[in-house]
Design a protein around this ligand. Sequence first.
Ligand code: PRP
Ligand code: URA
Length: 215
Amino acid sequence: MPNAHPDHPNILLFNHPLIQHKLTVMRDRATSHRPFRALLEQIAGLMVYEVTRTFPSLEVDVESPMERTRGTRVDRSITVCPVLRAGLAMADGVLDMIPDARVGHIGLFRDEKTLKPVTYLSKLPNDLHTGPVILVDPMLATGGSAAAAATMLKDAGALDIRMICLVAAPEGAALMHDAHPDVPIYTAALDRQLNEKGYILPGLGDAGDRLYGTA
Ligand code: PRP
Ligand code: URA
């Protein structure tokens, strides 16, 4: 189970040894894009187990080879929304666990000078209100991208948004709490601070570049 952070009420921290082990390998500058991508997918798959714990389910009848019995199915359509580019690998990990989930794509990049998010794509289902939405982006730095993404999801009708990230900065956690206090953020780490260029310290560098070998 993730633990609520004492100073950031919107942050739920995963201390699970497997997740922490994988995160440590990802932080290592010597880890190349292929294992980096695989590890991010695996961590997202482990996290989604807890993120979905309170999802509504429905009782159904099922015919086993032996007899009819009762079972449960997840109720309502689930939508996973990656923030491009880095959220894509996390979305794959979530989809491994919830293959029927729909995918809504959000294209954002951070302007290098202003650190403000610039939107270049929004491709979302038009009935987001019908079920939970899992917003995925491994890095929560200033929080500008996550806040913009959550606003886009709400504008598109989302009522129940949960965010999965990997490494968060206190600055991003605080901005999200101000802008979207209703959005819980599940993360493997709350790091120390941002540097003058808006990168997380100790962090893991530029997640998109490390995932796709574009550094
Ligand atoms: C990274 C990351 C987040 C954003 C976080 O994306 O994946 O979307 O930065 O920073 P913020 O909290 O300060 O907004 P980036 O802008 O580098 O785009 P990319 O993944 O396409 O390279
Ligand atoms: N985006 C990243 O990919 N890494 C950071 O440290 C901050 C923003």
